[in-house]
Design a protein around this ligand. Structure first.
Ligand code: GLN
Length: 215
């Protein structure tokens, strides 16, 4: 059974996508629900809010324990931020306390990385590991909404998809640069973008195969 952490964010869209990909799905707001799932989706939303709510709902430590024990987790956008070990530019609350992550995935993310001028954008991405044997690879239509990118990947982390940023005088980028936007480390999968809003099912299918130990 697949859980969707249901504290804030696009829970329903992920539940629908996981169901369409063949999973039984429940919302997770309590410890007992977390205990019942074989894998968990951390939805997109607002990472600072989800961070606070995991503590209010007393889920932070149980989540960290399950992640450390090998539970498969897929985080999209804010969910990627929550899975990251480090945030390059963490938000601070009114008391000056920096937002925290659950961690587990050895990456550093930068929040809202694509900048104010490009709040949201869509693009086609080549994405590794999606095609089943004998099937052709076709690109993923990816929607980015105030998305993070991955600035550092640890040795254990595979990059599954990247975006090329063109040279741009305004940002001082004189040559095109490549940023990772989908990564995997063993049981942990994360994307900067939102496959749950486009009808794309293959990323949820990959995650379900990871839960079943088939990928
Ligand atoms: N910018 C948001 C954050 O930092 C993520 C946006 C999203 O999940 N679409 O949490």
């Amino acid at each position: 059974m697949v859980g969707v952490l249901a504290l804030q964010g696009d829970v329903r869209e992920h539940a629908r996508a996981a169901e369409a990909a063949g999973a039984r799905v429940i919302s997770v707001r309590r410890r007992s629900e977390l205990d019942a799932v074989d894998g968990l989706i951390l939805p997109g939303g607002e990472s600072t809010t989800i961070d606070k709510l995991t503590r209010i709902f007393e889920l932070r430590e149980p989540l960290r324990e399950r992640i450390a024990a090998g539970m498969p987790v897929y985080g999209s956008c804010a969910g990627m931020i929550l899975l990251a070990n480090d945030i390059a530019d963490p938000a601070k609350d009114m008391k000056g306390e920096a937002q925290q992550t659950l961690g587990g995935l050895d990456i550093t993310v930068r929040r809202n990385a694509f900048g104010r001028q490009v709040d949201s954008f869509e693009t086609e991405l080549n994405f590794a590991q999606l095609a089943l044997p004998g099937e052709p690879e076709t690109p993923v239509h990816a929607v980015f909404i105030r998305a993070p990118w991955v600035e550092r990947v640890g040795e254990s982390v595979q990059v599954l998809a990247s975006v090329e940023l063109p040279a741009d005088e305004q940002t001082g980028r004189i040559v095109p640069e490549v940023r990772a936007v989908a990564v995997r480390s063993q049981h942990l999968l994360a994307t900067s973008f939102h496959p749950e809003v486009t009808g794309e099912r293959r990323i949820h299918e990959l995650f379900i195969r990871m839960i079943r130990g088939e990928a």
